[in-house]
Design a protein around this ligand. Structure first.
Ligand code: DGL
Length: 282
């Protein structure tokens, strides 16, 4: 039984959550489109990766993160993690929000990613590279089918890619082997694929290697820009939520791991120095 958290009624920063560094690729795009808001980024680096964990574990970890962000004053939280969006979002929205505070919102990133896919693919064959959890959940084919029933979706799980990023091996020669292997597997399963969705927020950090092994004529889609413009649209359509998001242009970065480690790595991905706090989730 989790202890009750005390929630303030004040406006607060927009919460952005990922299992580790991957959500920074989403944060970066959101921040450049919507620089006026305050943000609170939380990476659960101590327990990453989520992609190979069970439904129940991902739900529990994500719920703890959302409770933490709410307790820090966030009224709106973005799960900048496909695995959490695939496995925990619905339960959090349906089971936890009504008990915690029906006025707060938690949004995922799979729906905004696929909303425009119909105009990106000509062959109507789309590939998805993602974690094992996201692929097994079938969230991508299900969401795409709702909007574009004619599109054929093939998924390939890449269980080693997140550890390559989290251990700072993403630019190493060894990374080439695993990047090539999963791209080749995907394209061998459906030779008509002309568009590949990077359905994991860590994967843009591997983009140079990915582009090296994807044939010309196949486009690679990352999620950040689509998620950012969907958030902008959401805030425009929900002025009552917009009013509850503070606008000071500041970001706090929090991690469940050692702050120095996160700071060094995150500064590398964001190309600037950042200050980080270590936090404990309950
Ligand atoms: N970045 C997360 C995603 O988008 C998952 C990484 C992990 O396996 O922890 O799915």
């Amino acid at each position: 039984m989790q202890e009750t958290i005390k929630l303030s009624k004040e406006a607060g920063p927009i919460g952005i959550f990922d299992s580790g560094y991957g959500g920074l690729t989403i944060y970066d795009e959101i921040k450049s489109l919507l620089p006026q808001y305050d943000y609170l980024y939380l990476g659960d680096n101590a327990r990453t990766p989520y992609g190979t964990r069970s439904f129940d574990v991902v739900y529990e970890f994500t719920r703890e993160a959302v409770r933490y962000l709410f307790a820090q004053g966030c009224r709106l939280v973005i799960l900048a993690c496909n695995t959490a969006s695939a496995k925990a979002l619905r339960s959090i929205q349906q089971l936890d929000l009504p008990l915690l505070d029906p006025g707060r919102r938690v949004l995922g990133i799979i729906r905004p990613t696929v909303e425009n896919i119909g105009s990106k693919t000509k062959s109507r064959h789309v590939g998805v590279l993602a974690t094992e959890g996201t692929i097994k959940s079938l969230s991508y084919p299900l969401e795409i089918r709702k909007l574009f029933p004619d599109i054929v979706v093939t998924g390939e799980a890449c269980p080693i890619w997140v550890p390559l990023v989290e251990t700072n091996e993403f630019a190493s020669d060894g990374a080439d082997y695993f990047v090539k292997r999963h791209i080749d597997n995907l394209l061998a399963r459906d030779k008509e694929i002309d568009t590949i969705i990077l359905g994991c927020t860590h994967y843009p950090i591997l983009i140079d290697k990915i582009k090296k092994y994807v044939p010309s004529g196949v486009s690679v889609l990352t999620q950040g820009a689509a998620v950012a413009s969907s958030l902008e649209d959401y805030l425009r359509r929900h002025p009552e939520m917009d009013a509850l998001c503070t606008k000071g242009g500041a970001t706090r970065f929090c991690t469940t791991e050692a702050d120095g480690k996160f700071g060094n790595q995150a500064s590398l991905f964001l190309n600037r120095h950042i200050d980080v706090e270590t936090v404990t989730l309950l």
